[in-house]
Design a protein around this ligand. Structure first.
Ligand code: 6R9
Length: 589
């Protein structure tokens, strides 16, 4: 989506009569009862006191998310319900987690993993993935979670940049790890290996069977690393956002006030830990609070999704607009077959939730999904609609208490209500990334607007202080909620022997928010054909990732570039929409 340039006035919804509100009863029983009062006085120091490290000085996420619950009255409480609807249906208590993550930690130590080392996880969504990530924390190492759909190039980029020393993976996925190109990677720990292991491989099951049930966490400081999530920008390869242990303060409190989690909840976060939502709110937020979580394996399937809510009596559901729209397009007869009455709160993340999808979810569940806006780099939710108060449908929300997000011009000055500008955040919130892994220059780019963290999104604020997301101000693509950088796709495209040049944009799409569209100039002698389009798209699918493959390809004579060689995606967007291309005086001859 291309946003209008900063400074343009947008019709403020408060000035028009069409704004619809999500109205709530005054007595709603939420953890955050009075947003306005709390936002005025809230101090993050009070949240620090909820963690054992505030008394002991000994920091490790696994202690706060597992060990302290295991020895409390929550010891036998279920931490994780898991099903893949086929072979496995399991449950794990906090005590089970303490044992299993200790065993994994022992194995990692045995294989030479030390504090501060990076360890990749490249696994399908199974209990082993969650146990492994927590086991990595126990040894004080830093997990680098990789989405299971990544293909070789995406895996190589991430494991190479992070210099991971070990990767926990499966026999089915290991062929996508190009070990010869990864000198730092010493060992693959294989989950589910049968038969003989190759050199440099170890069996997860064999080793954990012999490991002890208790390994004390490696004690860290709040500034030590927590996790690295690779994410995409508008230029260059994906970059590693490193978070620090202190981020747990932000995860905990947002899970309490925005997700509104309570001790008796059964919580279902549908995101994979390969993406930031799947760790911040699939692991850190809920488990530091000691909440029961549900995880399902396998592919997206509307029947299974509604069955999950019914089977586990899910009370809190956190998912993404594309998923809500895909459920909507599967029709109402499916949800009607299931009992969804257990639900008491729903949230949404990743892209704007369109009012139609919001209303459909409300129709089938009685509950409107609440927006939560944040980014890989922010680590935690920052702009949200809260369960206790009314909000205009379609707005992104208000800053989380103790944080300040607003809209500014390019010089960093706040703009008037209703004027479009850069969505920015005052630096210093608890889960702000610590660095871009070994790339100080990239980190600095986020602070290009003096005094602010620049999100790259554009937005406006209305007179009541609600922030309305209006799109990305850069070329980053959000397709089905997943963030994709055009450069990565372009690089994958030009590796195909028929492709001379490629330019990639996000094209608006009713279900996926955006789809990836590529403009491709062919090498001399290659003829355009539908067959070739398919071949090129498949090539990206098998080298990068299925979700990063273009769904549309147009063949063009030349990809428009500036004289300095930058792809003019603005022109590509105009071509795509059949609109005038505007000023092209900087275009190369
Ligand atoms: C958590 C996550 C970040 C980008 C962000 C924005 C978009 C996220 C949104 C939203 C509208 C929301 N985004 N939440 N847009 N409304 N509630 O998604 O992180 O993958 O890094 O993406 O996603 O454009 O800048 P990430």
């Amino acid at each position: 989506m291309s946003a209008p340039s900063a400074g343009s006035p947008v019709p403020s919804p408060t000035e028009t009569a069409v704004v619809e509100w999500e109205r709530k009863p005054k007595s709603i029983d939420a953890n955050l009862k009075d947003y306005d009062a709390v936002a005025k006085t809230f101090d993050w120091k009070t949240v620090e006191r909820e963690f054992d490290w505030s008394k002991t000085g000994k920091v490790n996420l696994v202690h706060e998310a597992v060990d302290r619950h295991a020895v409390s009255s929550r010891g036998t409480k279920v931490a994780l319900y898991y099903t893949d609807f086929e072979r496995r249906s399991e449950e794990y208590t906090f005590q089970d987690f303490k044992k299993l993550t200790s065993r994994v930690a022992h194995v990692l130590k045995q294989l030479g993993v030390k504090k501060g080392d990076r360890v990749g996880t490249f696994l399908p969504r199974t209990p082993e993935l969650y146990i492994t990530i927590l086991g990595i924390h126990r040894v004080g190492a830093i997990p680098v979670p990789l989405f299971e759909a990544f293909m070789e190039q995406a895996v190589e980029d991430r494991l190479s940049d992070s210099e991971a020393v070990l990767c926990v993976t499966s026999p089915a996925l290991k062929s996508r790890i190009p070990r010869a190109k990864l000198p730092a990677l010493k060992i693959l720990l294989l989950v589910g290996a049968s038969g003989t292991l190759e050199s440099g491989e170890a069996s997860y099951e064999q080793l954990i069977a012999k490991a002890p049930d208790w390994v004390e966490p490696e004690w860290l400081t709040v500034d030590d690393g927590l996790v690295i999530h690779y994410t995409s920008g508008s230029t260059g390869k994906s970059k590693g956002a490193l978070h620090r242990q202190y981020a747990m303060v932000g995860h905990y409190q947002t899970a309490k006030w925005a997700l509104d989690l309570r001790d008796d909840d059964v919580y279902w976060c549908t995101a994979d830990p390969g993406w930031v939502t799947g760790t911040s709110y699939g692991i850190y937020g809920p488990w530091t609070l000691g909440i029961t979580s549900v995880v399902i394996g396998g592919r997206f399937d509307p029947e299974r999704w509604f069955e999950t809510i019914q089977r586990y009596k899910v009370t809190m559901w956190y998912s993404a607009p594309t998923a809500y729209r895909m459920l909507m397009s599967a029709g109402e007869t499916i949800p009607k077959k299931y009992d969804l009455k257990s639900l008491r709160h729903i949230c949404s993340v990743g892209e704007p939730l369109n009012p139609e999808a919001l209303k459909w979810i409300k129709k089938i569940t009685g509950l409107a999904p609440h927006e939560t806006w944040w980014m890989t780099e922010t680590g935690m939710q920052l702009i949200c609609n809260y369960r206790s108060y009314d909000f205009p449908i379609g707005c992104t929300g208000k800053p989380f208490p103790g944080t300040y997000a607003t809209v500014v011009d390019d010089q960093g000055k706040e703009v008037a209500p209703g004027v479009l500008g850069n969505l920015v955040v005052k630096p210093g919130w608890p889960s702000m990334m610590k660095e871009i892994w070994r790339n100080a220059a990239k980190y600095q780019e986020y602070f290009r607007i003096p005094g602010w963290y620049a999100s790259g999104d554009s937005a406006f604020k209305d007179e009541r202080g609600y922030i309305w997301y209006q799109g990305r101000a850069d070329d980053v693509i959000k397709t089905a909620g997943e963030r994709v950088g055009p450069f990565e796709v372009e690089s994958a495209l030009v590796a195909h022997p028929a492709v001379a040049e490629a330019g990639v944009i996000g094209k608006p799409d009713a279900v996926r928010g955006q789809i990836i569209k590529a403009f491709v100039a062919l090498r001399k002698g290659r003829q355009p054909s539908d067959q070739l389009k398919k071949e090129i798209a498949d090539f990206v699918k098998t080298n990068l990732a299925a979700h990063a493959a273009p769904r549309e390809i147009d063949f063009v004579e030349k990809v428009p570039k500036t004289r300095s060689g930058k792809i003019m995606r603005r022109v590509l967007r105009a071509w795509d929409q059949g609109l005038p291309v505007g000023d092209i005086s900087t275009m190369e001859e």
